[in-house]
Design a protein around this ligand. Structure first.
Ligand SMILES: Nc1nc2c(ncn2[C@@H]2O[C@H](COP(=O)(O)OP(=O)(O)O)[C@@H](O)[C@H]2O)c(=O)[nH]1
Ligand SMILES: [Mg+2]
Length: 368
């Protein structure tokens, strides 16, 4: 029988964790196809959470306790993952808050998605059937909704609606594959990093709706300012889309700079200069995208497809020149030529950027 370990990270949850553990085992005793264990990872809570767990262990032999220093939620989870995989030899790990925000009744739904072939099941508050608490203040609602939106936009990944909530079931291989990278994220941003890593290794990700219940006992440990800065920084450093936009900007500078050099300094012909500079910009874009924006799906040197990919890249780039020329022709013939630069910006932002990004992902740096 396969094993699933439910990890409950705790920091001062003495008034929540005992009743939650009873609730969980009440649900899981009805599951016959999985061996379910609970691992509490307590970061030296001064309120005596760990002592309560030790008492409960007399009642439940499937209850484990890992005591760690106070190093943040991400660190607690990575330590918990290592223990669950290494010591408890689990096949699946669950993440679940210990403050009753996540209803244990959903556990069978997570497992049935795993049984049906998912590698990573996310409990989402933002798909039909899911919700955030009605009684949350407007600040907390905006914080949660906008936070998720920024991540979705930054990664241009709209199919995943929930990046921050920690009610999840994850297959062992995903954890093992990304453990080294995950250890870099000690705080709540760890949750975003985990999904980002899972996407990059093509894990089959599935969302199921959950209602998030506001805690009634104890206080939230989230440090909002630290969380926002770390999340923005993470998205900025890891988003292929943002890097792709920066590479486009560099391409523009290369194109313009070389044209300027050839025309003004070397008094070359304008047509010749334009051809040379455009192709050099295409080459620079191809190299920077390959080794930076899409580095995690890099086309390797010596690989036969590298040349073919470069040819396709040139075709996509030529396509964008044709689209721009046609768009400029249409817009200036309708609206006159005075504001041509405004139309150009609109065409680049609304058509060229999405066109190139989608085609690069579909034709050149493909998800395997
Ligand atoms: N072990 C451990 N657990 C933590 C830490 N910070 C938060 N938690 C736990 O993570 C879960 C979610 O935290 P919570 O404060 O409720 O965050 P919120 O739901 O976003 O307000 C709870 O079970 C907390 O006890 C930490 O540093 N170490
Ligand atoms: Mg909470």
């Amino acid at each position: 029988m396969n094993t699933a370990v439910i990890i409950l990270p705790t920091y001062n949850e003495v008034n929540n964790v005992t009743s939650l553990i009873h609730d969980i085992f009440n649900v899981t005793k009805q599951i016959t196809t999985w061996n379910i264990q609970i691992l509490v990872v307590d970061s030296s809570s001064p309120d005596g959470t760990a002592k309560e767990i030790v008492k409960l262990q007399k009642q439940y032999k499937q209850l484990h306790l890992l005591e760690t220093p106070k190093e943040g939620l991400g660190k607690a989870y990575t330590r918990g993952f290592k223990y669950a995989v290494g010591k408890l030899n689990t096949d699946v790990v669950f993440e679940m808050d210990a403050d009753h925000s996540h209803n244990p009744k959903e556990i069978p739904n997570f497992l049935s998605q795993i049984d049906q072939g998912s590698d990573f099941v996310i409990g989402s508050r933002y798909i039909p059937g899911g919700s955030i608490p009605q009684n949350w203040g407007i600040h907390r609602k905006i914080f949660s909704i906008v936070g998720n939106l920024i991540v979705r936009l930054g990664f241009m990944k709209f199919s995943i609606t929930e990046w921050t909530n920690g009610y999840r079931a994850i297959k062992r291989w995903v954890i093992e594959k990304h453990m080294d990278d995950l250890e870099n994220y000690t705080g709540y941003v760890f949750q975003v990093a985990l999904i980002d890593n899972a996407i990059k290794s093509n894990a089959r990700i599935r969302e199921i709706p959950i209602h998030f219940i506001d805690r009634t006992k104890g206080v939230s440990k989230i440090d909002s300012i630290e969380y926002i800065t770390q999340t923005l920084l993470y998205v900025f450093q890891h988003s292929s889309f943002i890097k792709f936009c920066i590479v486009g900007g560099i391409g523009f500078i290369v194109d313009f700079g070389i044209s300027f050099l050839l025309i003004e300094i070397f008094t070359g012909s304008v047509v010749f200069a334009t051809m040379v500079s455009a192709e050099l910009a295409i080459i620079s874009n191809f190299i920077f995208n390959n080794y930076w924006s899409f580095a995690y799906k890099k086309l390797e040197h010596g690989n036969e497809s590298l040349l073919w990919s470069f040819i396709k890249f040139n075709l996509v780039a030529s396509g964008s020149i044709v689209i721009q020329a046609y768009g400029m022709h249409l817009s200036t013939s309708w609206l006159g030529e005075s504001y041509w630069y405004v139309y150009k910006v609109f065409i680049i932002v609304l058509i060229i950027i999405p066109y190139s990004y989608v085609l690069y992902n579909k034709l050149i740096w493909k998800d395997t």
